[in-house]
Design a protein around this ligand. Structure first.
Ligand SMILES: NC(=O)C1=CN([C@@H]2O[C@H](COP(=O)(O)OP(=O)(O)OC[C@H]3O[C@@H](n4cnc5c(N)ncnc54)[C@H](OP(=O)(O)O)[C@@H]3O)[C@@H](O)[C@H]2O)C=CC1
Ligand SMILES: CCCCCCCCCCCCCCCC(=O)[C@@H](N)CO
Length: 330
């Protein structure tokens, strides 16, 4: 009897929760194309940002790519011109260091809008990783990680956000990393900056409730870009092993998934098995009833699995330590 009563209490509680969620979660926006829309991609001259920019051109957008090196920028503009789908479409570049002070960012973005129109979508892809244990990092590298990855995202966002809210339309994408779902050896200064990006996003999510402006927070795994090749040169062996367990993915696939998720109005954009697993467990988003249900049903079980995975990562670190101890005593 008690059993039947408790089961029916749980079932009806769940039903009430589902109905509540159905009516309380903001409906997702859905865009199928980007015709006549201005899309700005910081870091659009290489890697993931370049892939996003080309994908946006294929969807009919007017695209601006931002970076520092003019050679790389002009070559991407030429590449984008090869993918235009209509005659009115415009593509351009702007040379800007996103770690500049806010006034410089504001001036550049306002010029961009004067040239090809109000910004509908901002992709913050400019960023980089200097790997190393925290105690081995140079002081200016620690600062550089925050200046580029955090302020390089926060300032352009500060410019577009109030205008988007005023128009009640627009999409912003933050590019974080899987290393901002789970702290990882060797991604200390970099990871902290990307956690800051995530922290900003998760507050802004709530500040956007009830509006038609959307923010997508992307958590890419290792992606085979020029930036990735550069970071591999100084990456600790432990970091390579741990980070590599999520696989190495192509920038075009990662960029396309990110753009599609953003057009669907998703809060989180993850890639591959590791992204699904980590975002299920270390979740801060409420995207849909089915997502919440899946989290509730699988959380305990998946937590157990990830504890084992994390312990295996600890073992990699310990093994690395004893290997180094042995080497130094020889
Ligand atoms: N590749 C990977 O494994 C992963 C990457 N990420 C993140 O994805 C984003 C893109 O990375 P990825 O494609 O690998 O990097 P790339 O190094 O290939 O491209 C970086 C882009 O950012 C631009 N950029 C760098 N510094 C500045 C600056 N100060 N001002 C303006 N533009 C700048 C670069 O142009 P220029 O140098 O000319 O300025 C380039 O266009 C980064 O935020 C990165 O942290 C996240 C997870 C995994
Ligand atoms: C069967 C295996 C399951 C594994 C589950 C857990 C996997 C954790 C992987 C963490 C990957 C972190 C990638 C960071 C990429 C990044 O930001 C840098 N490349 C910087 O550019």
């Amino acid at each position: 009897m008690i059993c039947i009563i408790s089961i029916s209490v749980i079932v009806s509680g769940l039903a009430i929760l589902l109905v509540f969620l159905h009516f309380s979660i903001d409906k997702r926006m859905l865009y199928k194309n980007l015709n006549n829309k201005h899309v700005v991609v910081t870091g659009g001259s290489s890697g993931i940002g370049k892939a996003v920019a080309i994908e946006a051109v294929k969807l009919g957008a007017n695209v601006t790519v931002i970076g520092r090196d003019i050679k790389k920028l002009t070559s991407v503009v030429t590449e984008m011109q090869g993918h235009l789908i209509n005659k009115e479409q415009k593509v351009q570049y702007a040379s800007l260091d996103v770690t500049s002070d806010y006034n410089t960012i504001e001036k550049c973005f306002s010029d961009l809008e004067n040239k090809i129109g109000t910004i509908f979508m901002l992709f913050n892809c400019a960023g980089m990783c200097i790997c190393g244990k925290f105690e081995d990092m140079k002081i200016d590298e620690i600062k550089q990680m925050i200046d580029l990855n955090y302020f390089g995202t926060a300032y352009p966002t500060k410019y577009v956000l109030p205008k988007m809210k005023e128009r009640n339309e627009g999409i912003i994408v933050f590019v974080s990393t899987e290393a901002a779902l789970l702290g990882i050896y060797g991604y200390s200064a970099y990871g902290a900056a990307k956690w800051a990006v995530r922290g900003l996003a998760e507050s802004v999510f709530m500040e956007l409730v009830g509006t038609n402006v959307r923010l997508t927070l992307a958590f890419p795994p290792d992606t085979d870009t020029p930036g990735f090749k550069q970071e591999e040169l100084t990456k600790p062996a432990e970091t390579k092993l741990i980070s590599g367990s999520g696989g190495l993915h192509s920038p075009s696939k990662v960029g396309r998934k990110m753009l599609q998720d953003a057009l669907k109005g998703k809060c989180y954009s993850v890639f591959g098995f590791s992204g699904q697993l980590l975002s299920l467990l270390y979740c801060g988003s409420i995207d849909s009833v089915s997502q919440v249900l899946l989290q509730i049903v699988t959380m305990g079980f998946l937590r157990a699995i990830v504890v084992v995975i994390m312990l295996s990562f600890h073992k990699i670190v310990r093994d690395g330590l004893s290997k180094k101890k042995k080497e130094s005593s020889n």
